[in-house]
Design a protein around this ligand. Structure first.
Ligand code: ZN
Ligand code: ZN
Ligand code: FE
Length: 751
């Protein structure tokens, strides 16, 4: 019997063909396997029973990184194969296999790297079929060495024999290399002069970090700025040079045991930190610890991660201290991936640059996640997780491109029954970031030979991606354009992740998004399915004093709510910490602007309500990074406080005045903040109680707040309600493209 199998899914660059080869041997089958641009083909000849056993084992024993989306089989004419072979890739096909993300160094490679006898002892670029770079070194599909930045390195005989031996764990590991034939480290000063190479470069870097220097280190998807996390002077110097006064830095550890001495982590967090994707996980600090207070000042949480490249391991082994490792970029610009740009942009920030000559083709930042009780919340989907592919419940008739939001941008595309999500791109406000956006669109179009027929974008006329999409339509009148409301897209992103097709009750809470009525939305409750939505409840709109300025100054949102609640005369008699943040003249002037609506757009934003409460409670009046007020407030929540503020929901509008009036009478920060969180949860469940048949869906940047998510989760479990947050996909604006793509998929039939 001869049977031919076509397999799609994540089956390239993950050790799939050697796995097939070994199985064919196990069951005594002849034939071949090869990569093509849609996945992998397998043809086997032999006893039908053995073929059945073979295909069962194929699905049961998959390699760790592989995923089968579809497997079709067909009986073929008997050929009489004499052996089982791994053939070269087909390259003349037009459709596409899936690009897999970069993977952290595996334990087997780590063991070899630590083995004095091994020919790759301490080799900084060790990898195998199960680990190492993928997406970050890929020019195009299929994933073969000539299509990667390893193409300039010619394999030595020893590497070649591993690469070509189907039973070797480096069989077809595209970036395989060694001291003989592979990339090399070099240490540069900030004028691009080479200070040292190879092992010397590593040793000099170590000495430099030990004396408190800041060194840029090339990783998988870009450079990190690195310094000793236990050395406050070094950390302060980094803050000063980067002009980043308080925004927390992430800390990299050598292993889970040293990590545990600096933070308190649950078993779930331990698993997440140790997972093969090695994300940054935001966890609770341990006090006291060796980590400098300057790393994450004023908050009780710390972003931690484990070394994930051989270079990180070598550094941490020699240094034996945890390292601040923050993405090397100019604020709001994309992560830097080559030393020339690094020196140009950050030459004054770093003392030296640990570079190497394996090019980064596609930048990819570190992923950021946290646990809320037993669920993962993704704050940034990037290295390790992305590019991510999601198998759709049905075939799309059109090729769809979704261009995402303006902040935390990412893009999504749909073809056949596959949805591809790009890694985090970032805020599109700088020219560099916008170029990175355009480059990412091109990269994915190239990978999948994809030309969009439908493009979907956010309603906000000022979003860069929206403008870009509209200009594309000018050139291509046949391109079908879909404009989508931001908060609906948030809800759709959860529906896409869990493939929910029926009506849900969606809570879309974030900082800002463009509403259907042209005002700023952000505290929206909606009944939604994949094609429509009804906004049923939102918080009472208030004016953002100074527009954009209010985002950086929580005290302005607080003042606006005071203006909504009290007359100017009444305010005179009020003792509020917020009022003390302004001069009398400023208050008069802002009140005038508020009354006349001068530079004071209306918003119903939950993010701004958080800001307002942070100021009224006296914990944050001015903010220096996005989400600061929520992060600071988390630590004031006392679970023993159970009261709630009075609130009313009239005709779908949540009246905030009763809450503000009560809050202003109080002084205890803990009480104000705890009761505010309780009230918010109560509001959610009071709306939910009127729609008991609908599952609850939560999305938007406000749910980056772990304490809030935990309170909601607990309550949902107590009341036995079906509920969903984004888990594997970004809960903030990073998820907008996913929601957009899901919506366009469901419009498909009407086009
Ligand atoms: Zn490995
Ligand atoms: Zn070699
Ligand atoms: Fe948003």
């Amino acid at each position: 019997m001869n049977k031919r199998f076509e397999i799609t899914g994540v089956v390239q660059g993950v050790g799939f063909r050697p796995f097939v080869y070994q199985l064919a041997h196990r069951y005594g089958l002849h034939g071949f396997t090869k990569n093509n641009t849609t996945g992998v083909s397998v043809e086997v000849e032999g006893d039908p029973k053995e073929i059945d056993a073979f295909i069962e084992a194929l699905q049961d024993e998959l390699p760790p990184l592989a995923r089968i989306d579809r497997l079709t089989s067909e009986e073929m004419a008997y050929v009489g194969h004499q052996s089982f072979k791994i053939l070269d890739s087909d390259t003349d096909n037009t459709r596409s296999a899936l690009v897999s993300p970069d993977i952290a160094i595996c334990n087997e490679c780590l063991a070899e790297m630590n083995n004095l006898e091994d020919r790759r002892y301490d080799y900084p670029f060790i990898n195998c079929t199960n680990c190492g770079p993928r997406y970050s070194i890929m020019h195009k599909l299929p994933y073969d060495r000539p299509h990667t930045s390893m193409r300039s390195f010619v394999m030595c005989e020893a590497c070649k024999s591993e690469y070509t031996n189907p039973l070797d764990r480096r069989f077809h590991a595209q970036p395989v290399s060694c001291y003989e034939c592979g990339p090399r480290l070099s240490l540069l000063d900030n004028t691009h002069k080479v200070l040292a190479e190879g092992e010397d470069a590593l040793l000099l870097t170590v000495r430099s970090i030990q004396k408190g220097d800041i060194v840029a280190v090339k990783g998988l998807g870009g450079f990190h700025l690195i310094c000793d996390a236990t050395n406050s002077e070094a950390v302060d110097r980094l803050r000063e040079r980067k002009n980043r006064p308080v925004k927390p830095f992430a800390v990299m550890f050598r292993d889970i045991d040293t990590l545990k001495s600096s933070v308190q982590i649950s078993p779930e967090e331990t698993n997440l930190i140790s997972s093969m994707e090695k994300p940054i996980v935001i966890v609770s600090k341990r006090v006291p610890s060796k980590i400098s207070d300057s790393v994450a000042p004023k908050i009780d949480r710390l972003g931690v991660f484990l070394a994930y490249t051989p270079v990180h391991y070598l550094l941490l082994d020699l240094l034996n201290v945890p390292l601040v490792a923050t993405s090397a970029n100019k604020s709001d610009e994309p992560i830097i991936r080559d030393s020339a740009t690094l020196i140009e942009k950050l030459g004054t920030v770093v003392d030296s640059v640990l570079d190497h000559d394996r090019g980064i083709v596609n930048a990819n930042d570190d992923s950021v996640v946290q646990m809320a009780i037993d669920r993962k919340i993704t704050l940034r989907m990037a290295r390790g997780y992305a590019p991510k592919s999601i198998k759709l419940p049905f075939q799309s008739k059109k090729k769809i491109l979704a261009v995402g939001a303006n902040q935390k941008n990412s893009i999504a595309m749909i073809f056949d029954d596959i949805l591809i999500l790009s890694p985090h791109i970032g805020d599109l406000n700088s020219l560099e970031a916008f170029e990175y956006f355009e480059r990412t669109v091109e990269t994915f179009k190239n990978f999948y030979e994809f030309e969009p027929e439908v493009i979907v974008y956010d309603k906000h006329p000022e979003y860069m991606a929206t403008k870009w999409a509209k200009s594309l339509q000018m050139d291509q009148p046949n391109l079908h354009c879909i404009e989508l409301q931001h908060h609906y897209a948030h809800i759709l992103s959860v529906m896409a992740e869990f493939q929910l097709e029926n009506k849900v009750l969606g809570f879309s809470f974030d900082g800002t998004g463009y509403g259907d009525d042209g005002t700023i939305w952000g505290g929206e409750v909606m009944i939604a399915d994949s094609q429509h939505y009804d906004r049923i409840v939102s918080i009472a709109p208030f004016k953002l004093l100074g527009g954009e300025k209010a985002i950086k100054e929580p005290r302005r949102s607080a003042l606006a709510l005071l203006f909504e609640t009290y007359t100017l005369d009444e305010l005179e008699t009020l003792r509020s910490t917020t009022l003390a943040q302004f001069t009398k003249d400023e208050i008069t002037m802002l009140h005038h602007a508020w009354k006349q609506g001068i530079n004071a757009p209306l918003c119903s934003s939950m993010g701004r309500l958080f800001d307002a409460v942070a100021s009224l409670a006296g914990v944050v009046h001015l903010s220096s990074f996005e989400g600061e007020s929520g992060l600071i407030m988390e630590q004031y929540v006392d679970k023993n406080i159970t009261e709630i503020f009075p609130f009313e929901i009239n005709d779908g509008v949540i009246d905030l005045q009763p809450m503000i009036r009560t809050m202003v009478q109080m002084v205890d920060k803990k009480e104000i903040i705890s009761i505010f969180f309780n009230t918010l949860v109560e509001m959610i469940f009071s709306v939910a109680s009127e729609h008991t048949t609908l599952p609850l869906v939560f999305s938007g940047g406000v749910f980056q707040n772990r304490v809030l998510v935990e309170m909601i989760t607990k309550r949902c479990k107590e009341e036995n309600l079906a509920f969903y947050f984004n888990n594997e996909t970004a809960i903030n604006d990073g998820g907008i493209a996913l929601g957009q793509a899901w919506y366009a998929l469901h419009q498909d039939s009407d086009l």
